[in-house]
Design a protein. Structure first.
Length: 461
């Protein structure tokens, strides 16, 4: 079965764990070969475990242009799990060398500019092929197409997705642990959000985005809070739902997280312009220096008074202030941890407030080895057939096994792996710049995901 096929994967980080395992199994079945490239060779070696059908390489993909291009020329399909900023060069090389490319990242303007050339060369660049974006597109389009097939008219579409901590590992006042790129957690929502609700296009600014009062009930989990994603309306067009009264895509969190994050924004702790000399600075020293700028004038050893100061400063309730006090203490308000920003090599060790906050999150909200994360997705679709209204709720809950074999890695990586195998087997014949909204992609991928235990529960009334 297609002997000698070569799969090339760039990036072996947290989200690639389950993808690599899946691709190794596919190589064993088909006698293919997998090359995994990471900035650190040890990371690639650890993930491939020296399997005879794999090759693990360490490479600076920007510096080693010839090496990167040689690997791409030898591949039959390329998968990029690199940060989005690095996709562009990989994409250029894949286009020049006529190689298919798969990624979990969003389509950007650089890729859109390549679309005509991709069609001409009959290449497939399949993007947004992870969890969100990815499984959200596939499951939503399957439901939308099924509703239309029976004559339904969709009038409201709400789609929610989030990476959370599983209830059995939920042990901190943030009710959150880091299971994906912490940089994205810090910068989430910074550009505000755009969506449509009850026939009105709405634009919500960053400062108002994290409202813990926006909630939805998820079967089996109860009430979760959500904040709207940056631009829902771009997907209304892709989903063929341009004219419906309500269209919104959101990110799920526990209400305590949104409450705390709203107040971190109010304290300017997510600010990227405000910098500090973090050389030999502790987390306690940072919070002290930062909060002095915003009305907390003295450093308090007696932290019982902190909540009252926060209540007055931020004009929040006593309960919210008490929660925020716990959350700040958990992030290191009094901690002696030295701030260590990876990659900060400037002499003055200048770091932004957002960078220090990211360090605190990575340090204090890390998954313990035995911790389990949880991925939750819910589509709420209202439609009518004739004059009769119907509500379809389609939900997905996936729990990880531990801090390595996470639900996030599973749901981000497996769709990419399944799609790569289908492409090599000639079962996906689409070309051009694509996201997984076509039945030719989403039907076989969702079928394979279901066989691997990633199954949606549909309830209709």
């Amino acid at each position: 079965m297609n002997p000698g096929k070569n799969i090339l994967l760039f990036g072996a980080g947290k989200s690639a764990t389950e993808l690599i395992s899946y691709l190794i199994a596919a190589c064993e079945t088909n006698q293919w070969h997998l090359t995994v490239v990471d900035a650190q060779e040890a990371v690639a070696l650890h993930k491939t475990q020296g399997h005879p059908l794999t090759n693990a390489l360490g490479m600076d993909i920007l510096a080693d242009v010839q090496g990167r291009q040689a690997l791409i020329r030898q591949a039959d399909v390329v998968i990029s799990m690199l940060p989005p900023a690095l996709h562009q060069q990989i994409a250029i090389d894949c286009l020049e060398n006529s190689r298919h490319l798969l990624t979990a990242s969003y389509v950007d303007d650089h890729l859109k500019a390549m679309a005509p050339a991709l069609r001409q060369k009959q290449l497939l660049f399949l993007c947004e092929m992870g969890l969100d974006p990815g499984i959200d597109h596939m499951s939503a389009m399957k439901a939308i197409h099924a509703i239309r097939a029976k004559g339904g008219e969709i009038i409201s579409f709400r789609s929610h997705c989030g990476g959370l901590v599983a209830p059995e590992s939920d042990d901190n006042p943030w009710r959150y642990k880091i299971s994906w790129n912490p940089r994205n957690v810090v910068l989430a929502g910074i550009h505000g959000a755009r969506f449509r609700e009850d026939g009105v296009d709405r634009q919500v600014p960053y400062e108002s985005l994290f409202d813990p009062g926006r909630t939805v009930v998820v079967p089996g989990l109860g009430s979760l809070a959500f904040y709207p994603n940056r631009d829902s309306l771009g997907y209304a067009t892709l989903y063929g739902l341009d004219n419906i009264p309500t269209f919104i895509r959101t990110t799920l969190r526990y209400p305590a997280f949104l409450s705390g994050w709203k107040n971190l924004i109010a304290l300017n702790l997510t600010d990227e312009a405000m910098v500090y000399d973090t050389h030999r600075m502790t987390l306690a020293g940072f919070f002290h220096a930062h909060c002095q700028r915003f009305g907390i004038a003295q450093w308090l050893d007696n932290t019982q008074k902190l909540g009252e100061q926060l209540k007055q400063l931020l004009k929040i309730s006593s309960g919210e202030a008490a929660l925020l006090e716990q959350q700040l203490l958990y992030l290191g308000w009094n901690a002696g941890d030295l701030v260590n920003i990876p990659g900060n090599t400037n002499i003055l060790k200048l770091s932004s407030a957002a960078e220090v906050l990211q360090f605190a999150l990575e340090t204090k909200l890390a998954l313990k080895p035995e911790d389990k994360d949880m991925v939750v997705m819910l589509h709420e679709i209202r439609y009518r057939i004739g004059e009769r209204p119907h509500d379809l709720n389609s939900s997905l809950v996936v729990k990880g096994k531990d801090s390595v074999h996470t639900a996030m890695a599973r749901t981000v990586g497996l769709p990419l792996g399944i799609a790569a195998v289908l492409v090599l087997q000639g079962k996906i014949g689409l070309t051009g710049l694509q996201i997984p909204t076509e039945p030719e992609i989403y039907l076989p991928v969702l079928e394979q995901l279901a066989q691997l235990g990633i199954v949606f529960d549909e309830q209709e009334q």
